[in-house]
Design a protein around this ligand. Structure first.
Ligand code: SAM
Length: 368
């Protein structure tokens, strides 16, 4: 690796993932995927190209087992066959990585290397990084149980910024039995252009950061559509305009409207004014609020289970707020429905009974 430009915060450069507190699984011989490519000396491209069975399944060939031997072209992660890239200082987005040569669509650019950590460790570390005031997040998800943390140790891929209209993307490959993450070009990239991929569904933890990618379809915040955004919705208030956000939508504004509509409905206004009640409307509203609460439960169940608890304290604030909103809406709709029954059905009949007792012989009241 070339010398880093002055001012780049220190980190340890690695070109192979390092396992933290996890054991490396030994690759068994029977698990090695062997392709059927035949190397033709007159055509170097015949060695493990796009029609190689391993390439087609995003699996790298294993040295000593590939029929194309030293000519195999499908060991790019193992041989660090990266595109030439260069670090540069962006405006407002910290450091970034640019193409230092023309890159072709589909080309492997660089591996996202770092420490492989468990989900529990990822959660612990992202909280610790926030406490330390680290604003740049370098933790990405590897699979359901593991994450790659490039904060302390990583490759230059850790400097690739997010764009809502990216020229690169992440792809997962199986290399010697392990999953690894590579950055691949989505389109031809000319020398000098910044490399960027979409962090959505990848980005994990950190502060709520206003996206400065400048794309026409920009979603305004980094990872705005991801679970991570919902869970780690914190704002930095130190005057750095990358991190100051006036109002953070915790969830879709359409959902807000749906929840806030309870309590201002025509039925409720009529109820408050003592007017005529639309029974069907109240009944439907009660059923809808119950159905809404059930769907919120379905949505948050995996998070609750992950947190191994069943209380609002054990889930992230944004999720708990959604849960509380739906619960309030349900109780309010239930209350309105039952209250209107008491007021308009039970009370008049009790009144009628009393009236009947007071004036026996009044057939009309008895019928009531
Ligand atoms: C993986 S790092 C990328 C490298 C980082 N710029 C640096 O200087 O080390 C991710 C962090 O970069 C910043 N960043 C990346 N893309 C951005 C964008 N489109 N707008 C604003 N900040 C961005 C955010 O602080 C984010 O947490």
């Amino acid at each position: 690796m070339d010398q880093l430009p002055e001012g780049v915060p220190p980190f340890i450069h690695i070109s192979q993932n390092e396992l933290f507190g996890l054991k490396r699984k030994k690759l068994k011989e029977e698990d090695i995927a062997i392709c059927e490519c035949v190397y033709d000396e007159t055509n170097p491209e015949s060695a493990c190209g796009e029609r190689c069975l391993n390439v087609l399944t995003s699996t790298e060939c294993t040295d000593g087992y590939c029929p194309c031997r030293q000519h195999c072209r499908n060991q790019k992660f193992q041989k660090c066959e990266y595109a030439r890239t260069k670090l540069f200082k962006t405006e407002g987005r910290g450091w970034g990585l640019l193409a230092d040569e023309n890159i072709k669509a589909g080309q492997f650019v660089i591996e996202y290397c770092g420490e492989i950590i468990s989900s529990a460790e990822a959660e612990k570390r992202s909280q610790a990084y926030e406490t330390l005031g680290l604003k740049d997040a370098y933790i990405i998800s590897l699979n359901a149980n593991c994450f790659i943390d490039a904060t302390r140790k990583g490759s230059l891929a850790r400097f690739i910024n997010h764009s809502c209209q990216p020229n690169c993307e992440t792809r997962k490959w199986t290399v010697l039995g392990e999953t690894r993450v590579g950055i691949f070009a989505k389109k031809d990239i000319s020398v000098g252009n910044e490399l960027a991929y979409d962090y959505n569904f990848e980005w994990y933890g950190g502060a709520t950061v206003r996206c400065l990618c400048g794309a026409a379809n920009c979603s305004l915040f980094l990872g705005a559509k991801s679970h991570g955004f919902q869970e780690y919705n914190h704002v930095w208030e130190d005057g750095d305009d990358r991190y100051t956000v006036e109002k953070i939508p915790l969830y879709d504004s359409a959902e807000d409207e749906q929840f806030s509509s309870y309590g201002t409905s025509p039925s409720e206004r009529e109820l408050a004014a003592g007017g005529e009640i639309h029974w069907l409307g109240l009944f439907e509203r009660k059923n809808k609020a119950n159905a809404d609460l059930n769907s919120v439960y379905d949505e948050i169940r995996p998070i609750i289970e992950k947190h191994e608890g069943d209380s609002q304290d054990s889930v992230p604030t944004s999720v708990a707020m959604k849960w509380i909103d739906a619960t309030c809406a349900k109780y309010k709709a239930d209350f309105n429905f039952h209250f209107s029954i008491i007021k308009n059905v039970m009370c008049p009949s009790i009144l009628a009974e009393n009236e009947a007792k007071l004036s026996p012989g009044d057939g009309q009241n008895e019928t009531k």
